[in-house]
Design a protein around this ligand. Structure first.
Ligand SMILES: C[S@@+](CC[C@H](N)C(=O)[O-])C[C@H]1O[C@@H](n2cnc3c(N)ncnc32)[C@H](O)[C@@H]1O
Length: 396
């Protein structure tokens, strides 16, 4: 109940108590796992395992830390950066200390355990509060000499780093305090990616049109390694901020210019009509719905043709030859055999040219896929570009 009402931390506490009372109850153990996973965002695991990120912070901390400093860390998470600072201070042998805070109470408690487990409780104090609720006097003995503030999201600022910094600088840091990290910037580029497109857009499938769902398309997509992307522009700097010297970071609206390279329009190809290879009789593609269809082609990229055929709702068997395939007699015989066994053989217009004069008269004719083209965007740009280089028939 607590979990469903948006309080997974409290639910985790209850589930932990239940597990202590009934350690062999698998249902309680499962509920505890579920609530724990809901209470701590999954990106903490990625982040703590991000070796280049950790190495950069370790190097910056080692370079900046001085023996007697008071270090403030905002957003300790599992405590890694506080531990790095605490260990550096311990190695220097001075009186320096780390005060670190964490807004998530469950994480704060976990960080206390982790700090103790690593023998640094003397150097590091974890406070279960958002930094905006810390005060000098009560939580910090004085303003801090060094701020470590890794509250950056993958979109850079969505975790509220700028107001957090402004507040810490105004109330919790000495005027000449150092800040890690000292700067933040983001770079961006336009990309095209069919694989990414499939994560954010839908089109026709099984003969139905579902594009009304696109009104709710996700705004942010995290790029996984291996995702196929094509750059449509050079990367450019979206913004760069000096976090060390800046005290205020007011909202800014900027226009950025980038030069698009590659396609300037996006077209959607769908299988709208089928035409008898020999008779030329046309039927709508939806007649394939529920039928057993062999999708046969000898083209460079058969995936789209197969996907378009499947989108009609047909049960599709795929027969693929290499691009520019020169159909041999046995290939035609194989297709004729397939045409007798399946409800239909569907072929591309390119293959139709090669097969039309060789198709055996007694065998049901293949259906040729005629594609409908609709512009998803940029159709007017293509029309304008064509108008600039060719003369429309009506003006000849
Ligand atoms: C990106 S994680 C970084 C964790 C850790 N510092 C590290 O680098 O491994 C940010 C953490 O800061 C916490 N946080 C964000 N803003 C905070 C604030 N103003 N005060 C306290 N905690 C905050 C979040 O709950 C989250 O656990």
């Amino acid at each position: 109940m607590l979990y469903r009402n948006g309080n997974p931390s409290a639910a985790f506490e209850r589930a932990t108590k239940a597990c202590q009372l009934a350690p062999d109850n698998p249902e309680y153990a499962y509920q505890r796992r579920l609530c724990g996973a809901g209470a701590v965002p999954a990106w903490h695991f990625n982040m703590v395992n991000d070796a280049p990120r950790n190495a950069a912070f370790a190097a910056a901390i080692a370079a900046q830390i001085k023996p007697d400093q008071l270090v403030l860390e905002v957003g300790t998470g599992a405590g890694l950066l506080a531990l790095l600072a605490g260990r550096a201070l311990a190695e220097q042998g001075g009186s320096g200390r780390v005060v670190t805070c964490e807004a998530n109470p469950l994480l704060a408690r976990t960080a206390v355990q982790i700090v103790a487990h690593n023998g640094l409780s003397e150097r590091i104090q974890v406070i279960a509060k958002p930094s905006t609720e810390l005060t000098v006097g009560a939580d910090l003995p004085e303003r801090a000499d060094l701020l470590i503030c890794e509250v950056f999201s993958v979109q850079v600022f969505s975790e509220g780093v700028l107001p957090t910094l402004e507040d810490a600088k105004a109330r919790l840091l000495k005027a000449d305090a150092l800040v890690i990290p000292a700067a933040a910037s983001a770079r961006g580029a336009l990309v095209a990616s069919a694989a990414l497109g499939r994560k954010v857009r839908v089109g026709p499938t099984h003969g139905f049109e579902l594009s009304a769902l696109n009104a709710f398309s996700p705004v942010v997509q995290y790029l996984q390694p291996g995702l196929e992307l094509r750059l449509l522009s050079d990367a450019l700097e979206l913004f760069a901020l000096d976090l060390a010297d800046g005290r205020h970071f007011p909202a800014e609206k900027r226009e950025l210019e980038l030069r698009v390279r590659g396609p300037i329009a996006v077209a959607h190809l769908s299988l709208g009509t089928l035409e008898g290879l020999v008779s030329g009789t046309r039927v709508p593609a939806r007649t394939l719905a529920g039928k057993r269809v062999v999708a046969a082609s000898g083209i460079a990229d058969p995936d789209a043709f197969v996907a378009q055929t499947k989108a009609t709702g047909a049960a599709v068997q795929v027969a693929t030859w290499r691009d520019h395939h020169d159909y041999r007699d046995e290939d035609v015989a194989w297709l004729a055999h397939a045409a007798r066994r399946a409800d239909h053989v569907v072929i591309t217009q390119k293959d139709a040219v090669k097969l039309r004069d060789r198709w055996p008269a007694a065998v049901p004719e293949p259906l040729v896929a005629l594609l409908d083209l609709s512009w998803e965007e940029g159709g007017d740009r293509i029309a304008a570009a064509l108008d600039a280089v060719v003369t429309p028939v009506e003006r000849l």
